[in-house]
Design a protein around this ligand. Structure first.
Ligand SMILES: O=C(O)CCC(=O)C(=O)O
Ligand SMILES: [Fe+2]
Length: 354
């Protein structure tokens, strides 16, 4: 079959959206955070109801959406506006701030997921700039670190401002959500906050152009997010799909001004598999471009990730031996530059009894 597209974007048969369009009717839960911000916010019944809903969403889907989250809509609209401006420029202009092997921040148009090219362009920036990540690891500890830093387009000064303001506000929401997740696991609200002192969180502006072969390519191939938590803004076009526990793909329908939250591999490990990081992907279409903005909430590079002691017992022994976060982060980031001959490093490689 002839494609009107570079074959590097072609998914293997079993991953093509045309072969897996078995969408289940039920969707991920929508949770109203409004009561947390209302005048009687010390209402403990309202809090425990929200915590229950979040626990259920994490357990059944690994995903949920939030509305009335306290984030001003203007910040998100501004980011969308600058993203549209930025991505509409010529490739030469965008490549002036291209990501490279020493610094994974900036523009990139050749990202692979599972060794197949994604139909998208991205722009990444750090929430705390600069951030340190490991460059060498001797199997036990990090022996050398490198510093990553943000790159901003000189010709679009408004982009930096819009992005930095958005980052500040979204970080607050991410902290709040992780506190609610901690409570839902039966832990104290703030018990995970210490892991993020020198956070390696970053924000990605995703741009998915219309695609001539949406049955064969994906905007992002199926994957799980490696960090602790993702706070995602998607626009009205839609395209995000989550794999339910029954193995079927479910579209996450766009809800105006909502954020889509998913727990990443780190929460899976911390919770000793009580919550699982769900597989998801992005389908594209031939008519409309799409924008999305994930905030990847990631711990400090030096943190060792293992099941939380408070959750373990004789009946619930640790399922993972643990790993250094920065090591995993670096190995994932580098895999974007070359096709790997081996599978990307995944948390199941650190199962205590693989
Ligand atoms: O664009 C989306 O809706 C999701 C993107 C995504 O899953 C990612 O960038 O990790
Ligand atoms: Fe993702």
């Amino acid at each position: 079959m002839a494609w009107d597209m570079d074959p590097a974007f072609a998914q293997v048969q079993e991953d093509r959206p045309s072969n897996t369009a078995n969408l289940s009717a039920e969707g991920v839960p929508i949770i109203d955070l409004g009561p947390l911000f209302s005048s009687n916010s010390d209402d403990s019944t309202a809090l425990s109801k929200i915590v229950d809903q979040i626990g259920k969403g994490c357990k059944e889907w690994g995903f949920f959406q939030v509305i009335n989250h306290g984030m001003p809509i203007e910040l998100r609209n501004e980011v969308k506006k600058v993203a549209a401006k930025f991505f509409s420029q010529s490739v030469e202009e965008k490549r002036k701030i291209r990501r490279d092997e020493d610094n994974a921040m900036g523009y990139f148009d050749a990202e692979n997921t599972r060794n197949v090219r994604d139909w998208k362009e991205v722009f990444d920036f750090l929430v705390v700039n600069p951030s340190e990540i490991p460059a060498e690891y001797d199997g036990e500890q990090v022996t050398r670190t490198i510093t990553m830093g943000n790159r901003w387009p000189e010709n679009l000064p408004e982009m930096r401002k819009a992005c930095e303001e958005y980052a500040k506000a979204t970080e607050k929401l991410a902290i709040k959500l992780l506190e609610l997740i901690s409570l839902s696991l039966g832990l104290s609200a703030t018990c995970l906050n210490g892991f993020f002192k020198n956070q390696t969180s970053f924000i990605r502006l995703n741009y998915y152009p219309p695609c001539p072969c949406p049955d064969v390519a994906l905007g992002v191939g199926r994957h799980k997010d490696a960090g602790a938590l993702t706070v995602l803004a998607q626009d009205e076009v839609g395209g995000l799909e989550v794999r339910g526990k029954d193995g079927k793909w479910v579209a996450v329908k766009p809800v105006l001004d909502s954020y889509i939250i998913n727990v990443g591999d780190i929460v899976q490990v911390w919770s000793n598999d009580a919550y699982e990081s769900a597989e998801h992907r992005v389908v594209v279409n031939s008519k409309r471009e799409r924008f999305s903005v994930p905030f990847f909430y990631n711990p400090s590079h030096y943190e060792f990730i293992k099941p939380l002691e408070e959750l373990l017992s004789k009946d619930n022994p640790p399922k993972y031996s643990g790993y250094n976060w920065g090591y995993l982060f670096t190995s994932r980031k580098l895999s974007n530059f070359k096709k790997m001959t081996v599978e990307n490093l995944q948390v199941h490689h650190f199962k205590a009894f693989p």
